[in-house]
Design a binder for this molecule. Structure first.
Ligand SMILES: [Mn+2]
Length: 394
């Protein structure tokens, strides 16, 4: 009891504490002087209702509130257009998918028809997508890129999640044909921003797009369904490496909020299970890694797997667990493209390094792609970028 009281009190702003103090004072004074018990009960009830409203909405210092202009703009736009298309980046990951699922909850609450665009490669999010696909409530919600490109018109709004780079957008046709496009992202601004987006919200202080969308939902007082909450939680878990990176108080309070909405953290963790082929490719990449300099480790992930870039990203994650490693850079090749995944524990800014070679991302997580270049050339380019970075910061 003492603990709960302390917790509730700690969550309140100063104004909230003063309000509670005044209320307590009123109850004490009125219980002594109030002539009628009925008037006393009525006024107390009024106070209690006002207190509940104020604590929930105004006085509580909830950390997961977002700028009201952004929420207002999004809600206004959703209400204004006839239908909404929610789109993530190419090769959807849990974060882009979860953010779309969360925004779908917002559109539903606002009574708007909305669709989530599923691209050609959904391998990484197949397990969570399947959970949605078997659920009758989501009949007709998911559309392919081709369907969206065919059906979209100027009466539709597009909300793009988890990227703002022109080269990573699932479909630029959808953006061109739509009436308006809003971008919601948490990645640092990259070299080739998207053209044709009317509103761009890039909030780099959020760990993930899912955290950003959860904050919007929370400030609109819209609760996602348990499955949508699970998708949001999974996205947040991926982008924070299971709450190991960028996980401050508001990441955990957002996770608590999603659990209150019915997200199952064990089920979300299960979604990250890999396949044997990918795990082998990852293990090979970890084994063949070589320390370059100043804690930057390089590796090559070799496999013919269609989704080898996933093993590449996971190998980059895992290399960070090795003592002495500050940042990891893992390359892989598939169908003529070289993919690069870079990770860091926060002391080296991999976003700055990969930006030098045309990539982008975050201080702790970045990526790049090279078409028509062989691995050796890419490796040389990356090493040069690392050298440049290290001389810049030292
Ligand atoms: Mn993300």
């Amino acid at each position: 009891m003492k603990c709960t009281f302390k917790y509730l009190f700690g969550e309140l702003k100063i104004a909230g504490r003063i309000f509670i103090f005044v209320m307590a004072l009123f109850i004490i004074i009125s219980s002594v002087f109030m002539p009628s018990i009925i008037i006393f009960a009525l006024i107390s009830a009024l106070f209690a209702a006002a207190a509940a409203f104020l604590i929930l909405n105004v006085l509580s210092s909830k950390k997961y509130s977002v700028e009201p202009e952004m929420t207002k703009e999004i809600v206004k736009s959703i209400k204004h257009f006839k239908c909404v298309y929610l789109m993530g980046h190419k090769r959807a990951d849990f974060d882009s998918f979860g953010a779309c699922a969360g925004l779908y909850a917002l559109c539903r609450a606002l009574g708007k028809e909305s669709h989530i665009i599923m691209g050609a490669d959904i391998f990484a999010v197949k397990d969570i997508y399947d959970k949605f696909a078997v659920n009758k409530e989501y009949d007709g919600v998911f559309v392919t890129t081709a369907q969206a490109e065919k059906n979209i018109n100027s009466q539709c709004l597009v909300i793009l999640c988890d990227t703002h780079a022109a080269s990573l957008v699932e479909s630029s046709v959808v953006i061109e044909k739509s009436g308006k496009t809003i971008v919601l992202d948490h990645h640092k601004e990259s070299g080739c921003p998207l053209e044709g987006a009317e509103k761009v919200f890039i909030k780099t202080y959020f760990s993930s797009s899912c955290e950003l969308v959860s904050a919007i939902l929370c400030s609109c007082m819209v609760n996602p369904s348990p499955l949508e909450a699970e998708a949001l939680l999974a996205g947040m878990m991926v982008d924070t490496r299971n709450f190991g990176m960028n996980s401050g108080e508001h990441v955990f309070s957002t996770a608590a909020y999603l659990c209150r909405c019915g997200a199952d953290s064990v089920a979300a963790r299960m979604l990250f299970k890999s396949t044997m082929a990918l795990e082998r490719a990852k293990a090979n990449a970890v084994e063949s890694s070589k320390m370059y300099k100043k804690g930057v480790i390089f590796s090559l992930c070799e496999s013919n797997h269609k989704n080898v870039y996933l093993a590449c990203a996971r190998a980059a994650d895992e290399l960070l667990d090795i003592k002495g490693v500050e940042a990891s850079v893992v390359m892989c090749r598939y169908a003529g493209t070289v993919y690069v995944s870079a990770r860091s524990n926060g002391r080296i800014d991999v976003e700055v390094i990969l930006k030098k070679v045309g990539g982008g991302g975050h201080i702790t997580m970045a990526g790049a792609q090279f078409e028509n270049k062989d691995i050796q050339t890419v490796e040389a380019l990356l090493k040069k970028a690392v050298d440049e970075y290290l001389t810049e910061v030292n």
